[in-house]
Design a binder for this molecule. Sequence first.
Ligand SMILES: Nc1ncnc2c1ncn2[C@@H]1O[C@H](COP(=O)(O)OP(=O)(O)OP(=O)(O)O)[C@@H](O)[C@H]1O
Ligand SMILES: [Mg+2]
Length: 448
Amino acid sequence: MSTPQDPSPLQHTGHPGELVGVGEEVWMDVIHKMDEVYSDLLQYEVALEEKNAKLEESQQFILSVLTSISDILVVCDRNGTIEDVNRSLEDFTGRSAAQLRGTSVFELFAGDQARAQARHLFSAFSEQPLHDCELPLRAGDGGVVPVSLNCTPRFNAVGKSLGMVVTGRPVGELRRAYQALRQAHEDLKRTQQQLLHSEKMASLGRLVAGVAHELNNPISFILGNVHALKRYADRLQAYIAALHGGAGADRLAQLRTELRIDRIVGDLPPLIEGTMEGAERTRDIVDGLKRFSAIDRDEQERFDLAETLERAVRWVHRATRESFEVRIELPPRLPMLGSPGQMQQVMMNLVQNAWDATAEQPEHWLDIRGEIADGRIHLAFHDNGPGIDEQHLAHIFDPFFSTKPVGKGTGLGLSISYGIVDRHGGRISAANHPAGGAVFTLDLPLAE
Ligand SMILES: Nc1ncnc2c1ncn2[C@@H]1O[C@H](COP(=O)(O)OP(=O)(O)OP(=O)(O)O)[C@@H](O)[C@H]1O
Ligand SMILES: [Mg+2]
């Protein structure tokens, strides 16, 4: 503010505080205005300082967020010149943000190929984001680290492209975890295969033992009979030689008694019959085995399972006690596609098993119920036998598992049935009924 002593371009009038041509009022106005301006300025400064503090706060906030982001982050312009990076990239590359600013983002990549790839990708996607693209970056220690990259374009307020923001996560950790997981999976698979193999060997062992056991009986009586036949043949030859040699009637009669020719002749038919029976049983066992291993070709024809089931029941019933009551409740038709012969075998074995199981009961019955639901055929065979021992439940479908005396059951019935039902796209299972007895359930595809 001017004082009378101040040098001033205005002229002094001789009175202190008075200027030539400017009245006091005007001066007061000016002073007021200046006061106003000054107070406005003060207010602006306070507001500015407040805004500054806020700006600093938000900058600090952004910086702290950027610093604590574990993913690497690079901001670059349209040419790929780095404008800023976060702490993670500094740690990753071992270079400070100041050193990185102004360099090319493509230099971060390891090798010419990766650089060329990055150039291509970033330019092709410069207007749209790029997700999870894996490229190798050169780490601070000189190592090459594969990084999964995301690249997002950056625009200014009016939508003009400014460049891009690249974020990335080293996939080494992920890959190591994945590899460990894969190794564990491989180990598990190998162990499972070994288990399966030993299980198969055990099954094969049981199978061979079963076959040996089953074949042993008929073969040993075939062998016994053949030995007897050989002895008989020797004696018959001696007798016939005497006959042809012109021996007298007395000598022949003597030989006939000595060699027991009459007994031999009487023994021959049962011996031959027994041998044939043994051979037939051997053939049956081999037949069963063949069916078990599905050597027989599968047929594919349409048939009515209800009809097949009724036939199976009739066939078994023919050989069973009158008192064995089989109650059947079925829809009129159960159309199926496959082999009626094989399905009949399944049904016959189930009915036969029920008959065997109920043998000791005062009365013997089997309930067969069928229905169609959800495009499938459901059958249940419930008998009034003693049920299946809990410890046997897991084994009854194993080949040669049988609780029946030798010669009565081969133990192949259910295991063959299992294979047949499986090949027809169905399932067979066994359980004990809460009210007693065993229940076998079948679930088979219905032919439309
Ligand atoms: N309805 C049932 N009730 C109780 N146990 C059963 C029944 N059906 C099968 N089992 C048990 O399952 C075993 C295996 O049956 P599977 O039909 O496979 O052979 P099997 O009848 O013994 O001999 P095969 O059928 O070869 O003549 C039987 O020995 C028996 O112990
Ligand atoms: Mg059986």
